[in-house]
Write a protein that binds this ligand. Structure first.
Ligand code: R5P
Length: 284
């Protein structure tokens, strides 16, 4: 039986459909002091519970822990935890004295309530090692080809930095035609990113910029501006995790984007394709 937190209802229902499994109704409540509560209606005695919960916020993280516990209390025989987007995963080492390894801290907490973990496109695969139970990463990048216009002109799939080249290649493969290239990126601070375009030839081509996460939107907006300056045709952006912090959406519009496509690992208006079928393949 599939159960989801409030943050992952679309993903949970899509996963149930892909697995042809039951989707259990969960009630989500909040006390006047802000504390959270979840309630499972179904009897899970002897069943495998697949608990789905993205953790882009502290609240959604608490919801996931509560739902794992409720599933165990409802008699689940085993619990698989699916994390469509794992918050804190980018804080995967101690960046300064006195700081925690935040990814490890949240992974340990999640491990206490589950027998197995599946994480969709963590920024670094090594984050799976922080869990105290078997944990695997699922790649949903190929799903990003589905909502792209089928009229792309000489498409170029562009990674905004070298680290995202593999993602761009997988989207290109799934689209079925096109070339892959990348920019160089140096981040000088949370909101300050320098993009170097190099030899990339984009004149008149439609470009799809591919990244794992859009957070502040700085990486993508700088890339869009650079591509428009270079004379690209249409410029689309796509990502697995549409975090869209602060004014990210507006920054992309201001930079002149022609379309934004993302999965439902974080449920936003740009989540036009589900990553759930990729997870279903890993769970079968
Ligand atoms: C970093 O290496 C990631 O792949 C993304 O490029 C980054 O998280 C995007 O962040 P932002 O939208 O804040 O530029």
């Amino acid at each position: 039986m599939i159960l989801s937190t409030a943050a992952s209802q679309s993903f949970g229902t899509a996963l149930a459909a892909a697995l042809e499994a039951d989707y259990g109704l969960v009630e989500y409540e909040q006390f006047p002091d802000g504390e959270r509560l979840v309630r499972i209606e179904a009897d899970l005695a002897g069943k495998r519970a697949v608990v789905v919960g993205a953790t882009p916020t502290a609240e959604s993280h608490v919801d996931l822990l509560l739902l794992q516990d409720a599933a165990r209390e409802a008699g689940a025989d085993s619990i698989v935890t699916v994390i469509p987007y794992m918050g804190y995963a980018r804080q995967d080492s101690q960046f300064a004295d006195g700081e925690p390894i935040s990814a490890r801290a949240v992974a340990r907490a999640i491990s206490t309530g589950t027998d197995r973990v599946v994480v969709v496109n963590p920024h670094e695969q090594a984050v799976c090692d922080f869990f105290d139970v078997p944990a695997t990463a699922v790649d949903a990048a190929h799903r990003l080809a589905t909502p792209l216009p089928d009229t792309l002109e000489a498409p170029l799939f562009l990674a905004p930095d070298e680290g995202a080249v593999g993602l761009a290649e997988r989207v290109c493969d799934a689209y079925g035609e096109g070339a892959v290239d990348y920019f160089e990126k140096v981040r000088h601070g949370g909101d300050e990113v320098e993009i170097t375009t190099g030899e990339t030839a984009v004149d008149g081509r439609d470009v799809v910029v591919v990244d794992d996460i859009i957070a502040t939107g700085t990486t993508m907006s700088k890339s869009i501006e650079a591509l428009n300056d270079l004379g690209a045709g249409r410029v689309f952006v796509t990502c697995v995790h549409p975090l869209f912090a602060r004014n990210a959406r507006s920054k992309l519009a201001d930079a002149g984007v022609d379309g934004i496509y993302a999965t439902d690992t974080i449920e936003r208006t740009v989540s036009t394709v589900s990553a759930a079928p990729a997870v279903a393949d890993a769970l079968d």
